[in-house]
Each structure stands twice: as structure tokens, then as C-alpha cells.
Design a protein around this ligand. Structure first.
Ligand SMILES: [Zn+2]
Length: 282
């Protein structure tokens, strides 16, 4: 059985609709797919509730979500960490409330960026950015597109270099809910909390162990030992960490769009045999 338990659709920052994503996963031989859009379950809900939208497939869909959280507060040591919730109950009111909060946080951040750019003399870009994001997640790339559209800059690169990149006026950090709370939301919704791609936070080994410890103490049950196509020693390090903490292991491509061979749906590296897969919990 091939499990891909981390993927994105047009409902967040992915390029394919849920239907296209499912079809691509099926072609790649995926048996069980979790669509884990950022802070929304709208894509998977649409597929499950609207029979017209559901492609004819034998592939099993698992309701999922990827939630942003804050570890170690907002001070110098604070950082954003992603928690994947698998097998969540889509109609859970706790989850729906949590997702509304997360989306509000994203909207508030966009409004601050728009306001700062307006004070620089640009028109209010917020309405256009909201339209451009559609069902997806509003992000700085949408502001970059609009700055190009109004001829303020020549390219998206220039927009980041002058206005949106690190240290520039549009570089507004999102402040998310604490890791413990976010793990709690997943559990309240009957789901399994998974620490997403631990390798991507670029932590020292000591800090990574501290993160995994805090995650487990909060009720987290699994870590992504495999995220996309990854080199063997990373898999080994993460599976050791997993075993050391007596956690289950998850795997997924973190697919966003075609053409990224390191994150192609269904093409992620395999979980080591020594790991206890997260699906053993279900
Ligand atoms: Zn992701």
C-alpha cells in the first residue's frame, strides 16, 4: 500500500484542484491520499460532500489539514512549526473554530502589509490580493504580483527585494497559536497530530529533540520521517528520533505543483521498516 499523507490543492498554495490532485495521485499508484491544505479543510470537504466533484477512483481519501503553530512564543527563540492533522472529523466545531481563527490571522497579516504599502504611496492592494488568492491562502507572492500589475516594480523578485523580503516593510510575521493548542485542536477533532517535515526548520539536533519532546508532551503522536524525496541519512536521523521518542512515523510528498521532482505526489522515499507507521493507529 502506498500512503501519501501530505499534499496541497488550490484550496491553499497548491496548483491543482482536489480532483486533479486525486487523479495525479492515482496515476502515481497512491492507495491512500491525505489532502492537507494550510489551515483549511474546504477542499477535502468539497470532494467528500459534493458527489459531482468526486472523481471516479478507488483511491482512499483521508481528511487532513496542515496547521501553522508557534513554538517557544514570539521572542527571539520563537518560530513557526507546522502540524499536520490526519483523520480529523471535518464537522468538528472545535476544528471549524480553530480554522476560522487561523484564517483571520492570515487576513490580519495581509491587511497590515497592504496598509504599510499604502503608506508608501501605493493604492490599497488588499481587495486585488484577496481576489487573486481566490480559495487559496493569501501570501506575499500575491502582493508581489499586484506590485508588478500596477507597474511599481518590473518583477516579483524586485518586489521582494524592495518591499516584501526579509527586513523590508512588507515582511510581517504571522503570529500563530501555541504549538500545544494546535496539537490540542487536532486531538479535539478526533485526529492524529503529526509534526510536519522536522528537517525543514533547520534546527540543531538539541533543539530538534526539544521540539519533538514538546510536541509529544502536547499529545502529538507521529512525526514525518519522510517528506518528499529525501536523502537516506535524513530518513535515518528522523527515524532514530522517532523511535527514541516512541512516536509513530508518517510519510508524504508535500506536493504543491507538478515539476518539483523532490515533492511529486506518491514519489516520496519509503519509510524504514523499523518505523511504526502512523496508519497503525487507525
Ligand atoms: Zn505542506
Amino acid at each position: 500500500m502506498l500512503f501519501d499523507l501530505h499534499s496541497h490543492s488550490t484550496y491553499s498554495d497548491g496548483a491543482l484542484t482536489p480532483t486533479e490532485l486525486i487523479q495525479r495521485a492515482e496515476l502515481a499508484g497512491v492507495d491512500v491520499l491525505a489532502i492537507t491544505d494550510h489551515d483549511t479543510v474546504a477542499g477535502i470537504t468539497e470532494i467528500i460532500t459534493d458527489l459531482d466533484a468526486k472523481p471516479d477512483t478507488t483511491l482512499q481519501l483521508l481528511p487532513g489539514v496542515e496547521l501553522s503553530s508557534q513554538w517557544h512564543g514570539t521572542g527571539a527563540h520563537g518560530m513557526g512549526v507546522h502540524i499536520v492533522g490526519l483523520n480529523v472529523q471535518l464537522d468538528s466545531s472545535e476544528l471549524q473554530d480553530a480554522l476560522t481563527r487561523q484564517q483571520q490571522a492570515r487576513y490580519d497579516r495581509a491587511a497590515i502589509i497592504a496598509d504599510r504599502l499604502r503608506k508608501k504611496g501605493f493604492p490599497d492592494l488588499l481587495p486585488a490580493v484577496i481576489t487573486a488568492a481566490g480559495q487559496g491562502t493569501i501570501g506575499r507572492p500575491h502582493f508581489a504580483e499586484q506590485l508588478v500589475a500596477i507597474d511599481a516594480v518590473k518583477s516579483s523578485d524586485e518586489a521582494f527585494r524592495r518591499y516584501l523580503g526579509a527586513g523590508k516593510i512588507g515582511d510581517i510575521k504571522n503570529v500563530w497559536q501555541a504549538l500545544e493548542d494546535v496539537v490540542g485542536w487536532v486531538r479535539d477533532a478526533g485526529g492524529t497530530a503529526v509534526l510536519a517535515h522536522p528537517d525543514k526548520y533547520h534546527l540543531t539536533h538539541t533543539k530538534l529533540r526539544a521540539l519533538v519532546g514538546d510536541f509529544k508532551a502536547a499529545g502529538g503522536e507521529a512525526i514525518e520521517v519522510v517528506s518528499g524525496h529525501q536523502i537516506a541519512y535524513k530518513t535515518k536521523n528522523l527515524s532514530d528520533l522517532c523511535e527514541l521518542n516512541n512516536l509513530h512515523a508518517s510519510c508524504g510528498s508535500d506536493f504543491h505543483k507538478p515539476g518539483q521532482h523532490w515533492a511529486e505526489v506518491g514519489k516520496h522515499s519509503t519509510l524504514p521498516d523499523s518505523c511504526r507507521p502512523v496508519w497503525d493507529l487507525w
